[in-house]
Write a protein that binds this ligand. Sequence first.
Ligand code: 2NL
Length: 357
Amino acid sequence: MDDLKAKYLGQIAEAADEAAIEAIRVAAVGKKGEIALMMRELGKMTPEERQTAGPALNALKDEINSALAAKKAALADAALDERLRSEWLDVTLPVRPRRQGTLHPISQASEELTAIFAEMGFAVAEGPRIETDWYNFDALNIPGHHPARAEMDTFYMHRAEGDNRPPHVLRTHTSPVQIRSMELQGAPIRVICPGGVYRADYDQTHTPMFHQVEGLAIDKGISMANLKWTLEEFVKAFFEVDDVELRFRASHFPFTEPSAEVDIRCSWEGGQLKIGEGDDWMEILGSGMVHPKVIAAGGIDPEVYQGFAFGIGIDRLAMLKYGIPDLRAFFDSDLRWLRHYGFAALDMPNLHGGLSR
Ligand code: 2NL
């Protein structure tokens, strides 16, 4: 019986996992295990032999059972220790700095100017970038022979042979959105139409895709005085100056009559632009009274209603406001470029009290 005890306690000590423990339990103290077999032998013994062998077998059985239980607990402890070691996390480590995305300066300028015009009662309208030549040209009184319509300036969509739809172009301005707004809403109407436009032009100061905001106000008795006030309010709010002088220069656009290009008073001292003071003038937009033919093209009676309209390049507005000297910065996907030019919105405070980098 001492051999038996040594054998099983030795096996238990060696057992590496729960399966091994279970195998030992079945072999030693299971229903058909070695101790059960020996219990069956008790019947063949004399009463005296039985009196010592019986309790001894029971004691051995108890001892093996508690050794099994102790080993099982020890294995479970070891497994937990191992898990704690391998899954340990230092929750006191500082977070890794993360670079955050920010609004593109053109988007930011768009949002700012939209908010300014919204305060003056202008709704925002958007429309397709692929337009028919009617919405992009004819409705705007731009005749077929007009230079803006020449293939060199306008991107025409490819047309398969036998396609009888009207020619489609990438819109060259957002005016078609205003024609669509007039058709949908009628008069009176006040809308601005910001968005991307396309012209086949690429050099230091032109990119084939750029951004424009056009504005349109149509009502009874609208005059150039309304246009001038609206633009003055816009320029003051956008450039954050108390006062600004605008200069209207006679010009020509097919869709307005009369037409005016608008300059703002400014100074360039030591390469620093100041708006609203100085002896220089800087052109910022084109405008005029909407041509009666264009009002009619929008489905509104030009005998009853008149209106003003204007068009501004958003890319250049953003460059002027944020001091970005080169158009190419807008098309460089690495925002550190823009930060280099001090575009402040890129240095936004983050939740951890620092600046995004
Ligand atoms: C420019 C010129 C301008 C307009 C755009 C317009 C739109 C309609 C009717 C009449 Cl639906 N006019 N838009 C008017 C004058 C000038 O833009 O040089 N922009 C940078």
